[in-house]
Design a protein around this ligand. Structure first.
Ligand SMILES: NC(=O)C1=CN([C@@H]2O[C@H](COP(=O)(O)OP(=O)(O)OC[C@H]3O[C@@H](n4cnc5c(N)ncnc54)[C@H](O)[C@@H]3O)[C@@H](O)[C@H]2O)C=CC1
Ligand SMILES: O=C([O-])CC(=O)C(=O)O
Length: 262
């Protein structure tokens, strides 16, 4: 599988290390990286030497570089800019899932993927339990879904804090608008469950935690569930839980093989 990467930051570099150097998934390699911004020309040559990929500064040449699948690990704006065009011809893994909070945009992507027989993969990212949420909602009998995200102040750009502070309490749709780098999980959860308007989100800065903590609660005809993750932050980006990059690798690995779990 020849992969094209958009976003060679914290997660992108981790994926380059694991796929291209450690060869964690046999035959899966990042062969192309896209960055159209002027400043990319300075940093890409050394990265491309280290990880052995070709750098592209134009989307069209990137798409024509022999890649089978695109992995995005950049930001919401990049997904909004490129996803439609990409899904016209390639499968795509999106991790900045907050880009899909607008139902009109999400439906447009679903439609273009359907028309072109391409696929949009949304890894679980920094959370889990989505298999249970999807199962619980399959008959429309999932009544409530909530997420409480608790992070150290520095992860929420709040700087030094001395006591717990609720920074946000509202819908997933509002959460991602206010915290585009911390509430992608709220949108993944919404898409798996009851949507961006009905999914309730609280974001709390907490000086007592050193992990990015996410608690999901759901109730419906199936019963109730509660699921808590205590994620170690990525060493290079305290906002991003390390589990997120692992979940991209896991999504890639699940494209291979005959057995599908979950
Ligand atoms: N779905 C989930 O569970 C989670 C999603 N995220 C999201 O994943 C994304 C990546 O996270 P990190 O790697 O920690 O971020 P990062 O900030 O370390 O890396 C992002 C990279 O994208 C590059 N970039 C920005 N604009 C670009 C463009 N137009 N074209 C190409 N490259 C561009 C930046 O230069 C940077 O190197 C972020 O949007 C983050 O909010 C983070 C954590 C959890
Ligand atoms: O990494 C995390 O813990 C969650 C996160 O930042 C996001 O969903 O945007």
């Amino acid at each position: 599988m020849n992969i094209g990467l958009i976003g060679a930051g914290t997660m992108g570099k981790f994926l380059l290390e694991k796929l291209n150097i450690d060869q964690l998934i046999p035959n899966y390699r990042i062969i192309s990286v896209l960055d159209e911004r002027e400043k990319a020309k300075e940093i890409m040559p050394s990265l491309s030497g280290k990880y052995d990929f070709t750098f592209f500064d134009k989307l069209d040449s990137f798409l024509n570089s022999g890649i089978d699948l695109i992995v995005e690990s950049s930001n919401i704006e990049t997904v909004q800019k490129y996803a439609y065009r990409i899904l016209c011809e390639k499968d795509m893994v999106v991790i900045s899932v907050g880009a899909l909070a607008d139902p009109a945009f999400f439906n447009k992507l679903k439609l273009v993927a359907e028309e072109n027989a391409t696929k949009l993969y949304l890894p679980a990212g920094a959370i889990g339990g989505l298999d249970a949420i999807k199962a619980a909602g399959i008959m429309g009998d999932l009544h409530s879904v909530s997420l409480v995200t608790r992070k150290p102040g520095e992860a929420l750009s709040g700087g030094e804090i001395t006591e717990e502070r609720v920074l946000f309490d509202g819908s997933a749709k509002e959460a991602i608008a206010r915290f585009p780098e911390n509430a992608n999980v709220a949108i993944t959860l919404s898409l798996a469950g009851i949507g961006v308007e009905k999914t309730e989100v609280k974001i709390i800065a907490d000086p007592k935690v050193d992990k990015n903590t996410h608690t999901i609660q759901a109730a419906g005809d199936f019963g109730k569930m509660e699921f808590t993750l205590q994620n170690n932050p990525s060493p290079d980006n305290p906002k991003t839980s390390h589990l997120t990059a692992l979940s991209i690798l896991s999504s890639l690995r699940s494209l291979q093989g005959q057995v599908v779990i979950g």
